[in-house]
Design a protein around this ligand. Structure first.
Ligand code: CA
Length: 219
């Protein structure tokens, strides 16, 4: 795990870094807002900790810029003021958590761990196969929005690319058993997905494995 900590109080920054690294959390430091923003957009961090009061650019401004750029790295805001207003502003602007100064390093570690453990729902999760890229959050395939069931089927096919996905499995997974036994439902959605793959000129296709199910393969 690697985090970015933007903090202008160098002594505090070094002390926190030392403690975080003892816990196995690799910590990069930035001492002003500009440097912090430049490092944050590199998008290599599992979490970004932003002090609010910083020279050059405030923590809130950094937060706004990185969210503008669609960078969804979890952000923890720090403020010496511990004012409700700052907290609310930060959270409204897309911060994931807030910690008032002074804080105990153990508390910060706990917050970082909680965010890192959180399901990836706040981050762009994608699965792919060859030139296919399915975005789990947006339920889109190479930028094309899919309907709920198309999306669920595509997700299963990509996860098991080059392996057979059984019809029974798809029915129970996607329909939850409500249409159990009716293969026609699946056929309709699979044929729509095939059309979409064709329209997008993908290198992949969905083949039918007779009597069993479907398989996503290279053309
Ligand atoms: Ca400060």
């Amino acid at each position: 795990m690697r985090i970015l900590y933007v903090e202008d109080e160098k002594f505090l920054a070094e002390a926190v870094k030392h403690n975080l690294e003892k816990q196995g959390i690799k910590t990069d430091l930035a001492f002003d807002g500009e440097e912090g923003l430049n490092m944050a957009v590199a998008s290599i961090y599992d979490c970004i900790v932003l002090d609010i009061m910083l020279p050059k650019l405030s923590g809130l401004e950094i937060l706004a810029r990185i969210r503008e750029k669609e960078i969804k790295t979890p952000v923890i805001m720090l403020s010496a003021l511990s004012e409700v207003e700052d907290k609310v502003r930060g959270l409204n602007m897309g911060a994931d958590d807030y910690l008032a100064k002074p804080f105990k390093t153990a508390e910060l570690v706990a917050r970082i761990m909680a965010l890192a453990r959180r399901p990836q729902d706040l981050r762009q999760e994608t699965v792919g196969f060859l030139d296919l890229e399915y975005n789990v959050d947006e339920k889109s395939l190479n930028g094309e929005a899919l309907t709920g069931k198309e999306a669920d089927i595509m997700y299963e096919l990509i996860k098991s690319a080059e392996h057979i996905v059984k019809k029974e499995y798809l029915l129970s997974k996607v329909w939850g058993g409500e249409a159990y036994g009716d293969d026609n439902y699946i056929e309709v959605y699979v044929s729509r997905l095939r059309k979409l793959l064709k329209k997008l000129s993908m290198k992949t296709e969905i083949v039918t494995v007779r009597g069993l199910g479907y398989k996503l393969v290279e053309k």
